[in-house]
Design a protein around this ligand. Sequence first.
Ligand code: ADP
Ligand code: ZN
Length: 204
Amino acid sequence: MTPPGTGSLEVICGSMFSGKSEELIRRLTRAQIARRRIQVFKPKIDNRFSEVEVVSHGGLRLLAVAVASSAEVLERTDARTEVVGLDEVQFFDAGIVDVASRLADLGKRVIAAGLDQDYLGRPFEPMPALMAAAEEITKTRAICVRCGAPASRTQRLVASKERVVVGAAGLYEARCRRCFEPGVASIEGSLGFPEGGDETPPNS
Ligand code: ADP
Ligand code: ZN
């Protein structure tokens, strides 16, 4: 592990239910045990649970600050903070890449967790750029609910072409590469997509 004060960027990424938040909370809890000063941020768009906590699907939680922009992360990071946690990074604006690099340059350990792919399996910006800037990348995998294999994809179960439909159980499930059906809502009663329907551009 990088010695304190050196600064680094770690990215934790994978599908929904793959344990990204759990892994983020685990690393931050260990930093606290090591008496490092930590701060945790998440974007305000995600109001699924509490605005002031990172919560895993398994029920682990850690206090966090909900912010409206990447600039606010920089503003709110205390000079004495040694470890900065970022959750749901795919919902941050593109500026988060510079902000995370800046914080690492200042000597902080930055740990960022987010979805690597959207519901169609496309790279979910700004994660790819953050991964390029990172010293270390961890890919977490869930369990495919269809076949039990390790899952790397997030299957959307409701018919919507919006890139962001916030929610978890009932709206999305983890699938492996084989069982993943990009763009197809496959639960009973859902409509799926019309043939040849055009795509919503990223982040629209
Ligand atoms: P992420 O942040 O990647 O969405 P979380 O850390 O919030 O994941 O949740 C991981 C937890 O979700 C697991 O420890 C497990 O309790 C639960 N879980 C529910 N469905 C699945 C699944 N299909 N595969 C793996 N874990 C699942
Ligand atoms: Zn499968």
